[in-house]
Ligand binder design. Structure first.
Ligand SMILES: O=C(O)C1=C[C@@H](OP(=O)(O)O)[C@@H](O)[C@H](O)C1
Ligand SMILES: C=C(OP(=O)(O)O)C(=O)O
Length: 421
């Protein structure tokens, strides 16, 4: 068995969420081409519909009729945002000037994820909130204010979600906000503020923005998601004799950590950018001999969602791979350090968890077994790729395989297209 062929990976999840958020917040019509219709992004869409925003499909475009935050209507009941951390964190900032109470709920995984990281700084700006316990988890009641204050804030965690929540609030506050990042994280919010006609200054890790600003609806095309491409990059590198081509992938510098990591490991991955100005391109992947590496520091936020599948890649590399500074993995859909270590061990990997990451020794042949995704989409897809690496006589049974619908509903069909027996 080997992998061969071309895949157009699905639209970027982070940009799809933001396209609706900006479209709803702006004034005028926003048209989104290539929107990701996965469960997480549909949670964002349904949230804004529940707030009275007009959103509809026209051909293959999603149309959002924006009239600004002041046009939002009180929802008739609690809004369930399912499994989506991005929806929950970002809208908490976006709703900072909504003066009616909004109750937000989610699934079991989201209900255990910390919200204090967003609610504490938003409280300094004047937002009222009531979550559960020290971590201010769901269910959560939010109430904004008409006199939102700007903020000067050094982020204690490297998180694009916290940064983005504060930027959405800062756009509506009277005065200049200064947000300083711990490490550079994905900058889609900053880029999209500009795209929707806003003004923002970014100097290294410092971001300055003066509000209030009125944004204007626009037309945008969502590129393919490099976090979804990651599963095929790893599969193409590890399955002997494979050669695959991934088209129209978003290549924002803040997201391409996986490309730097696989190059560090000796992987044959070639990027063909579409142009100098447009951050999209095609990626050519060939099966490769790999060596272990160290992944830490500023590389971590640039590859945060790819780390479970990178751990799988490391099981096939010669030598030791150390992943450190990655404690944020503990507060994703599941504790992705524990889940990755536990499930890959069941398949024979030599992998141990550390306080802030993992240590993997390779190469190790993997064997069949029964594994669990813990309903985490990235775990489900990583384990599916692991199943390609076991001998043809053995099988990997994945509990909770359906979790892929959160970010990549067509994952299994796309994978089947490139499998050659
Ligand atoms: O802003 C975003 O779109 C995201 C930011 C990251 O979360 P953190 O900000 O918690 O690191 C990432 O893990 C998530 O999948 C999407
Ligand atoms: C962590 C993720 O998403 P979210 O935080 O939006 O649930 C992810 O997609 O891997």
């Amino acid at each position: 068995m080997f992998l061969e062929g071309s895949i157009q990976v699905p639209p970027d999840k982070s940009i799809s969420h933001r396209s609706i958020m900006f479209g709803a917040m702006a004034h005028g019509v926003t048209r989104v081409h290539h929107f990701l219709k996965s469960e997480d992004c549909l949670a964002t869409l349904n949230l804004f519909k529940a707030l009275g925003v007009t959103i509809y499909e026209e051909g293959n475009q999603l149309v959002i009729v924006g009239k600004g935050v002041s046009s939002f209507q009180p929802p008739s009941e609690a809004i369930d945002v399912g499994n989506s951390g991005t929806t929950l964190r970002l809208v908490s900032g976006l709703l900072a000037t909504c003066c009616f109470p909004i109750t937000l709920t989610g699934d079991a995984s989201l209900s255990s994820r910390p919200m204090d990281r967003v609610l504490q700084p938003l409280r300094k700006m004047g937002v009222t909130s009531q979550g559960q316990g020290e971590k201010e988890t769901l269910p959560l009641i939010l109430q904004g204010t008409s006199c939102l204050k700007p903020i000067q804030y050094h982020l204690p965690v490297a998180s694009a979600q916290v940064k983005s929540a504060l930027l959405f609030a800062a756009l509506q506050a009277e005065g200049t906000s200064l947000i300083v990042e711990k490490e550079l994280t994905r900058n889609h919010t900053e880029e999209m503020i500009r795209l929707f006609g806003g003004d923002i200054q970014v100097t290294g890790k410092q971001i300055q923005l003066t509000g209030p600003q009125q944004l204007t609806g626009t037309t945008l095309f969502v590129p393919g998601d490099i976090s979804s491409a990651a599963f095929f990059i790893v599969a193409g590198l590890c399955v002997p004799n494979s050669h695959i081509w991934l088209t129209n992938v978003g290549l924002s510098e803040t997201r391409t950590g996986i490309l730097d990591i696989v190059q560090q490991m000796g992987g044959k991955v070639q990027v063909h950018p579409h142009s100098d100005t447009d951050y999209t391109g095609d990626i050519d992947v060939q099966a490769s001999e790999l060596v272990g590496t160290t992944i830490s520091g500023s590389l971590i936020p640039r590859a945060i969602d790819e780390l479970p599948v990178i751990a799988l890649l490391a099981t096939q590399a010669t030598g030791r791979t150390v992943i450190k500074d990655a404690e944020e993995l503990k507060v994703k859909e599941t504790n992705r350090i524990d889940a990755t270590v536990c499930e890959l061990k069941k398949l024979g990997a030599d992998i141990e968890s550390t306080e802030d990451g993992m240590i993997i020794n390779g190469p190790t042949p993997l064997h069949g077994g029964v594994v669990n995704s813990y309903q985490d989409h990235r775990m489900a897809m990583m384990l599916k790729i692991a199943s390609l690496l076991v001998s043809p006589k053995e099988t990997v049974q994945i509990k909770g395989e359906d979790a892929v619908k959160v970010s990549y509903p067509e994952f299994n069909q796309d994978l089947l297209k490139i499998i050659n027996q």
